[in-house]
Design a binder for this molecule. Structure first.
Ligand code: BGC
Length: 735
C-alpha cells in the first residue's frame, strides 16, 4: 500500500472534520444480525450447523427467510466504519447510505473471508503452498481480488500466514504449512496478488494478514488455546511471515485470539505497537478477530467490557470486529481520560488511509454490468486457473507397482462418499461458490473418458455398505478409493486429537485390499493425517487435499497421467498421533534420535515424520549430483545438477537447505533457504543454481536482535527435506 502526499492530505482533511462519535464509528465493524424469527437462538443454529443437526442447505434456506438487521440507521449516523458481506447488491445499498446519507459521506470498507478464492475456489492454502510456485500464489490471489471487488468486497481477511507445526490444529488447512521460509514467500506473493494491481479499483483489495501472532503454536493443537514461546522462537519462526508481508506493503492485520506469554494478542501493546506498527511499519490498521475484545474479559485480563475496550485501544487495536465495545464504551473512556484523543486519531487515520488508497471515495459501488456478468457465471479463464492450481497441488506419496497412471482402457470402481459430494471439494473457509461450478472426483473421472462405476461404500462419517463394497471389488479392474476428512473436520474450531482416517474408511480400505485388486487411494483432507498403516499396506497414495471447484478434473488429470504430479508437502505427515508436533526444522537436541535408548525418540513410534516436509513423488524420477558451493562477496552461489532419469517429462521442485553448525543459540537441524521449479524432459539434465544472500544466514537472539555469526554451515540441496546432498563451507560475515 503506497500512499501519495495527496492521499495523506485527504485523510487529514477528513479527520479534521470528524466528531468523536464519528471517529469511534470508523473503528466499529458490524456484521448483519438476525432479528427474532427462530425457536432457538442464532448461536444454537450455528452449533446445529456445525454438529450436523442442520445441513448447509437447510441452514441457507432458514437464513434466506430470516429477517436481518444490516445496521442501516447506524451507518447513516456515521457510527459504522466497516461491515462484512459478499452480496454486491447489498454492498451497493449499504455503501449508498454511507456515501450519500451520512454527514461526511465516508464509504464503508466491506470485509470478507476470501481465503482461497470466492466464486472460483482454489486449493486450500496448505495444498497450494505445496506447489512451491510463487507466480501461482500471486495469480490466484489476484483473481480472488478481482472476484472480491465484483462482489463489493474491498478487504480480504487473507492471507492467513500462521506457521504451524501441529496438525491437530484444524486451521493448518488455511495457511502455508510448517515452514517459515516458504510461508514468507507465500505471504509476499499473496500480498502482491491482492494489492499489486492498482490499475483499476476493480483489480485490488486490501489484504489482512492474520492471525497476528503465534496462533499456529496453540498448545496441544487445540484451537484458541494458550501460546508460550521464547523470544528467539517468536522472532525466527512466527514473526517473519508477518515481517515479509509488511515489507510487501500489506494494508492491514488481524490480531490472533490467543494470548502470547500471558497477554492476549488483542491487547498486546508490544506486539501491536512496538513490533507491527513501529518496527515492521504497518501503514494501515489492525482489526481484532471476531468477538476477541470481549473475550479479554473471559481470558481474565480485563475486568469488564469497558476495561477490555480501553486496553485494546491503548494497545493499538484500531478496529473492533463485532462486539460494539468501542461503540458503546470508547466515548466515555476518552471523556474520563482513559484513552487519549491521539490514540483515537491514530486508529482513524490508519483506517481512512486504507479507504482512500482503495479508491472507495471515488468508486464506492460495484458497477451493475459487473454484477450481472457474475450472475451469468464465472468469467472465462477462472476455472482454468483453478484447475491449474489444483493440478500443481496434488502430491504423489506412494506409487508401487506402476498402478498409476491408470490404464485408459481399465474399468474403474470408484469408492468413497467423498468422491461424489459437491460440498467437499472446496474445503474450509470457502464461501461464495456455486454448486454448478464444482466438479467432483466422480464427475472429473467421467469427464476424462474413463470407464467408471461408482459405489459410495463409506466415508469419514457413517457406516460401511458391504453390498456396495462387494460390487466394487467384483466389477472393476482397478479400485480408486477416495478417503479422508469432510470439510468441517478442518478449519476453525476443528482441532482433532486422532489424525487417523475417521469413520470406517480404514476398514473399507482393508477389505478392498483383501480383494486382491489393485487399489489406488486418493486422500481428501485439510491437514496432514497419521497414515502409518496406509503407507505400509496400500500400494498407491495420492494426497489431493481439498482442491477447489476444479478438484475432480485435476484429480483425473493426475490419475490418468495427463498431468505428471509435481507438488511436495508443505507440512510433515506423522506416522501416528503421538508424534504431533512433527516438523523438519526442529532445533538440534544434544541427543538426536539414534540406536541408543537414551536419545530423543519414542519407544513405540518413530521420531521422524512418515512423509517429511518437501516430500513428493512424480511419474518420473530425478537424480541430484555435483553439489557445488562458491562464496561470493555477499552471497553463496550453490549449484547442483538434476537429471530426469525416467521416461516422462516432469517438473521437479528442487530445495535448498542450510544448517548453522555452531551458533550462540541452538539452531534448527535444517532450514529451507530456497526452492525452484525445474522442468525436465525425459533424460534431460540441467544445472541449476541458488543464490543464498549472506544476510539471510543469520537468526534472531532472545533480545530480538539479528545476528550473523561466522562459522561452519552445512548446505543441502535435494528433492525433500530428508533426501539431500550435503556440502560444508566456513562463512565469515565480516566485510
Ligand atoms: C476467524 C478469522 C476470520 C473472522 C471473520 C474468525 O472467527 O478466526 O480468521 O477472519 O472470524 O470471519
Amino acid at each position: 500500500m503506497k500512499l501519495t502526499e495527496e492521499m495523506k492530505a485527504k485523510v487529514e482533511s477528513i479527520l479534521a472534520r470528524m466528531t468523536l462519535e464519528e471517529k469511534i464509528g470508523q473503528m466499529n465493524q458490524e456484521s448483519p444480525s438476525i432479528v427474532g424469527g427462530f425457536d432457538v437462538p442464532f448461536s444454537e443454529l450455528i452449533e446445529m450447523l456445525t454438529d450436523g443437526r442442520l445441513s448447509q442447505e437447510e441452514f441457507e434456506k432458514l437464513m434466506s427467510t430470516a429477517k436481518q438487521d444490516f445496521h442501516e440507521d447506524e451507518i447513516r449516523a456515521g457510527l459504522v466504519g466497516s461491515v462484512m458481506g459478499n452480496d454486491p447488491r447489498k454492498a451497493n445499498e449499504l455503501q449508498k447510505i454511507a456515501v450519500e446519507e451520512s454527514r461526511l459521506g465516508i464509504p464503508l470498507i466491506i470485509g470478507f473471508d476470501v481465503i482461497h478464492g470466492l466464486r472460483s475456489v482454489f486449493p486450500i492454502a496448505i495444498a497450494e503452498a505445496g506447489s512451491f510456485d510463487d507466480a501461482l500464489f500471486e495469480e490466484t490471489a489476484h483473481m480472488a481480488a478481482k472476484e472480491s471487488r465484483a462482489h463489493g468486497i474491498s478487504w480480504n481477511f487473507a492471507p492467513m500466514i500462521d506457521v504451524a507445526h501441529d496438525s491437530r490444529w484444524g486451521r493448518v488447512s488455511e495457511g502455508p504449512g510448517e515452514d517459515v521460509f516458504l510461508g514468507s514467500r507465500f505471504a509476499r506473493a499473496k500480498i502482491r496478488g491482492l494489492q499489486g494491481d492498482t490499475s483499476s479499483e476493480q483489480n485490488y483489495v486490501a489484504a489482512c494478514t492474520k492471525h497476528y501472532v503465534g496462533y499456529g503454536a496453540c498448545e496441544g493443537g487445540r484451537d484458541y488455546n494458550t501460546v508460550s514461546m521464547a523470544p528467539n522462537q517468536l522472532f525466527n519462526t512466527y514473526l517473519p511471515t508477518f515481517r515479509a508481508a509488511m515489507e510487501e506493503g500489506a494494508a492491514t492485520a488481524m490480531a490472533a485470539f490467543n494470548d502470547l506469554n500471558g497477554v492476549p494478542c488483542t491487547v498486546n501493546r508490544y506486539l501491536l505497537r512496538d513490533i507491527l506498527k513501529e518496527s515492521f511499519g504497518l501503514q494501515g490498521f489492525v482489526v481484532s478477530d471476531a468477538n476477541a475484545i470481549r473475550e479479554c474479559v473471559i481470558h481474565g485480563i480485563a475486568a469488564d467490557d469497558e476495561d477490555a475496550g480501553v486496553q485494546a485501544a491503548n494497545a493499538g487495536m484500531d478496529m473492533d470486529m463485532g462486539t460494539h465495545i468501542y461503540k458503546d464504551h470508547l466515548k466515555k473512556a476518552v471523556e474520563d481520560g482513559k484513552v487519549s484523543m491521539e490514540v483515537i486519531d491514530e486508529a482513524v487515520r490508519r483506517i481512512l488511509r486504507v479507504k482512500v488508497w482503495l479508491g472507495l471515495f471515488e468508486h464506492p459501488y460495484v458497477p451493475e454490468d459487473v454484477i450481472e456478468a457474475y450472475e451469468k457465471g464465472i468469467p472465462a479463464g477462472h476455472a482454468q486457473l483453478s484447475r491449474k492450481a489444483a493440478q500443481e497441488s496434488v502430491v504423489l506419496l506412494k506409487n508401487e507397482g506402476g498402478i498409476l497412471p491408470l490404464d485408459s482402457a481399465a474399468k474403474v470402481s470408484l469408492v468413497g462418499t467423498l468422491a461424489d459430494s459437491v460440498d467437499e471439494v472446496t474445503g474450509a473457509w470457502a464461501m461464495g461458490w456455486k454448486k454448478e461450478d464444482c466438479v467432483t472426483i466422480l464427475a472429473g473421472m467421467k469427464n476424462s473418458g474413463l470407464d467408471v462405476a461408482y459405489y459410495p461404500c463409506a466415508g469419514p462419517e457413517g457406516g460401511l455398505n458391504e453390498d456396495e463394497l462387494e460390487a466394487a471389488t467384483a466389477n472393476g479392474d482397478v479400485i480408486v478409493a477416495i478417503v479422508g476428512e469432510t470439510t468441517a473436520m478442518s478449519g476453525e474450531a476443528s482441532s482433532r486429537a486422532d489424525l487417523t482416517l475417521p469413520g470406517r474408511q480404514k476398514e473399507m480400505l482393508e477389505k478392498l485390499l483383501a480383494s486382491g485388486k489393485p487399489v489406488v487411494t486418493v486422500l481428501m483432507n485439510g491437514r496432514p493425517l497419521a497414515l502409518g498403516w496406509e503407507a505400509e499396506h496400500l500400494p498407491v497414495l495420492v494426497e489431493a487435499w481439498h482442491l477447489g471447484i476444479q478438484m475432480g478434473n485435476a484429480v483425473a488429470d493426475v490419475l490418468t497421467g495427463a498431468v505428471n504430479p509435481s507438488a511436495k508437502l508443505a507440512s510433515s505427515f506423522p506416522a501416528g498421533n503421538g508424534q504431533c508436533p512433527v516438523y523438519y526444522s526442529h532445533p538440534s537436541t544434544g541427543r538426536p534420535a539414534g540406536k541408543s535408548k537414551f536419545t530423543s525418540k519414542y519407544l513405540d513410534a518413530p521420531a521422524e515424520a512418515l512423509f517429511p516436509f518437501g516430500y513428493g513423488l512424480s511419474y518420473t524420477t530425478y537424480e541430484y549430483s555435483d553439489l557445488k558451493i562458491d562464496e561470493k562477496e555477499d552471497c553463496l552461489k550453490i549449484s547442483v545438477r538434476i537429471r530426469n532419469t525416467g521416461s516422462r517429462a516432469g517438473t521437479e521442485i528442487a530445495q535448498l537447505y542450510m544448517q548453522d553448525v555452531a551458533a550462540s543459540l541452538v539452531r534448527p537441524v535444517k532450514e529451507l533457504k530456497g526452492y525452484q521449479r525445474v522442468f525436465l524432459e525425459a533424460g534431460e539434465e540441467k544445472e541449476i543454481s541458488f543464490g543464498l544472500p549472506k544476510k539471510e544466514m543469520g537468526f534472531y537472539d532472545n533480545d530480538g536482535k539479528y545476528r550473523l555469526e561466522d562459522g561452519l554451515f552445512r548446505i543441502y540441496a535435494g528433492t525433500s527435506s530428508r533426501d539431500v546432498l550435503c556440502g560444508e563451507i566456513f562463512v565469515s560475515f565480516k566485510v
